[in-house]
Design a protein around this ligand. Structure first.
Ligand SMILES: Cc1cc2nc3c(=O)[nH]c(=O)nc-3n(C[C@H](O)[C@H](O)[C@H](O)COP(=O)(O)OP(=O)(O)OC[C@H]3O[C@@H](n4cnc5c(N)ncnc54)[C@H](O)[C@@H]3O)c2cc1C
Length: 348
């Protein structure tokens, strides 16, 4: 792996970008050079808590997608597998998106040769509802008064309609530049190509910046682990599942649930002719039998559950047991085939 600091040579992209506008510039380069049919990115909607995925084929339209949307836990992998299997497409990924894409590549649901995947460092998203609650609780501000939000120098900063700012958090990187980790040859070619096309400028990051980032990453992983260890004992499969109303929301939002036509949960022995949904234990049990080895911990099932069941935490707790037996972690285990792996490119 190698590191560069990069910034856009296009003044508009540079000012619209979250850091140095390097990601938007690389996406522009891919479109302008005809290396992809389109770009899948997010576009802000009515307020700062809302951003929608858009498919862009004209690089002029990329301007409206620049920036980071921290309250948009959209799963890009799910969209790529459903709508873009045969298209050459570039898109940005949070780590959970990336895990979903990797898992879907192994399951033959995404064609690796067709995609350019640009990773974004991400300590997590908040759902729009939690985002509003957080601003009310920790910033003591009216969520409707927030006109913009950003993470800068490790601080989550909100700007209010009256022009005032508020912030918390304490880590980040150099102003006006994007810190890029180049992970493979394809990534290196992209950076070199964008530089050659005159859209990107790069320089080497100082050693303390590289060390600082590694430190922050280590702290984030430690904090996440501590959090998980504290939360596992608070969940109980049977107690939590007993609240389930079998509404199918967790299945529908899941990026890894891909048996579109043949989902077990639609079969007549689960959903009879009166369309009565399966019992909560059957519903969750069937999902678990599929998800215990494939869950990528994106947490979207938690976000949509109307009964506030910590679905992903339960899956994650059981997945740890699975890992101890098989050594497989969905979307992370390089070269290890998942359980029930099939080389056939059809649904099981
Ligand atoms: C939710 C989130 C949390 C982040 N947390 C951190 C952090 O803690 N520390 C850190 O160093 N960096 C973090 N980043 C990355 C950082 O904010 C910048 O995205 C990155 O440095 C690239 O900057 P840029 O100016 O080159 O990107 P830009 O040129 O602004 O391009 C950003 C691209 O990302 C897309 N995008 C925006 N939001 C999302 C989203 N939610 N999901 C998928 N794609 C999206 C945009 O549509 C655009 O195409 C986070 C990003 C996101 C989206």
């Amino acid at each position: 792996m190698s590191y560069v600091l990069a910034k856009s040579q296009d003044a508009d992209i540079h000012s619209a970008g979250e850091c140095g506008g390097a990601v938007t510039s690389i996406l522009k380069y891919l479109l302008d050079e005809g290396l992809v049919d389109g770009v899948l990115a997010l576009s802000p909607q009515d307020d700062v808590y809302d951003a929608m995925p858009v498919f862009i084929t004209d690089s002029q339209d990329l301007m409206k997608t620049a920036g980071s949307y921290h309250c948009a836990p959209t799963m890009i992998g799910d969209l790529v597998q459903k709508y873009f299997f045969d298209k050459k497409v570039a898109f940005t990924v949070k780590p959970c998106d990336m895990r979903a894409v990797e898992e879907l590549i192994i399951r033959h649901k995404i064609n690796e040769d067709n995609i350019y995947m640009i990773g974004l460092n991400c300590g997590g998203t908040v759902s729009p509802v939690s985002g509003r609650e957080m601003i009310d609780l920790f910033y003591e501000a009216n969520p409707d008064d927030v006109v913009s939000e950003e993470i800068d120098k490790g601080q989550f900063i909100i700007e209010l309609a009256d022009g005032s700012e508020d912030a918390c958090g304490n880590w980040g990187a150099e102003d006006g530049w994007t810190f890029i980790e180049i992970n493979d040859e394809k990534g290196q070619e992209l950076i070199d190509g964008a530089k050659k096309a005159g859209i990107l400028e790069t320089k080497s990051p100082a050693d303390p910046a590289i060390e600082g980032r590694k430190k922050v990453e280590g702290i984030m992983i430690k904090m996440a682990k501590k959090n998980q260890d504290a939360m596992y004992p608070t969940v109980s499969e049977m107690d939590d599942w007993s609240r389930c109303i079998s509404c199918y929301a967790c299945r529908d939002v899941c990026p890894i649930c891909w048996c579109f036509e043949n989902c077990e949960l639609n079969k007549s022995f689960f959903k009879d002719e009166q369309n009565i949904p399966p019992s909560p234990i059957a519903f969750q049990g069937v999902r678990l039998s599929h998800m215990s080895f494939s869950c990528v911990d994106c947490g979207q099932c938690d976000d949509v559950c109307p009964m506030d069941i910590p679905v992903s935490l339960i899956f994650d707790k059981l997945q740890k047991k699975y890992f101890n037996r098989t050594g497989y972690v969905a979307g992370v285990s390089d070269g290890v085939k998942p359980p029930l792996y099939s080389p056939e490119k059809t649904e099981l």
